[in-house]
Design a protein around this ligand. Structure first.
Ligand code: PEP
Length: 252
């Protein structure tokens, strides 16, 4: 079956205020020109989502996290209905920074993914190994097991659900795995998705994330089963992000 176009999603993390909406607008304009060749999304801080969707219509704007409950006594958290209300169309779940700093385990990540999908939000589910796990030689079984345990059991579709393989040691470090290692991991994740989700798993996009930039994007996008990228630091400025988006459009 033909793979859908690649998805390039930016993760602004805890960066950006309304002064940066010009960057969102520049990404939206370029993404519009590439419609049908690449899908583009920006996962912004929660405080910027509504303003971005109002001032820059037409670009997929996402959140970086979501609570698994529909509402309730969860100080500081944001639920699916709030994200819909703000205009978001997707959310990252299970980013390693949240798994680490907020002690989110696989069952928590799974519940968040299911809550988002149930509400009609798209999901980018992150998995990845630590430096020590890579050195141990066990990265593939560890990450595939992480995926199996975090995977939503309901609601995953090829359009609305993506997995991001993000080796923790590659995030924000400038280090990137070899293309052979990326290929091995993405093939293993694909097998796991098919085992768990059947034919849907064949078409779910698997993104690579970790120090993607203009200079390495073309090589990464040439790897089998790399269906896009989750981009942190290089997504903050349109001038850095758009060459990655263009490389994904060209790689199709
Ligand atoms: C990320 O945090 O999701 C990420 C991929 O970051 P960076 O691109 O900065 O490594």
């Amino acid at each position: 079956m033909n793979k859908p176009v690649k998805l390039v999603a930016g993760n602004w993390k805890m960066h950006g205020t309304s002064a940066d909406l010009g960057e969102v607008a520049a990404v939206a304009e370029a993404a519009r020109a590439l419609t049908g060749r690449v899908d583009v999304a920006l996962c912004l801080p929660a405080t910027l989502i509504h303003r971005a969707t109002v001032e820059v219509p037409g670009l997929s704007i996402g959140a970086q996290d979501i609570h698994m409950a529909d509402k309730g006594a969860h100080t500081g958290d944001v639920c699916a209905a709030m994200l819909h209300d703000a205009g978001a169309t997707l959310s990252i779940v299970g980013h390693s920074e949240r798994r680490d700093a907020h002690r989110e385990d696989d069952s928590c990540v799974k519940a968040k993914a299911e809550a988002a999908l149930r509400s009609g939000l798209g999901v980018i589910l992150c998995v990845g190994e630590s430096d020590a796990e890579r050195v141990s030689g066990l990265a593939v079984p560890i990450v595939t097991e992480q995926l199996r345990a975090s995977l939503p059991r309901e609601g995953a579709t090829a359009d609305g659900f993506a997995v991001a393989y993000e080796p923790i040691w590659a995030i924000g470090t400038g280090k990137v795995p070899s293309v052979e290692d990326i290929a091995e991991m993405h093939a293993a994740l694909r097998r796991t998705l098919v085992e768990e989700l059947g034919s849907v798993g064949q078409d779910v996009r698997i993104l690579y994330g970790g120090s993607v930039k203009a200079s390495n994007a073309t090589e990464i996008f040439s790897v089998a089963d790399v269906n896009g990228a989750l981009v942190g630091g290089a997504s903050l400025r349109a001038a850095d992000f758009l060459p990655i988006v263009e490389a994904a459009a060209a790689a199709r």
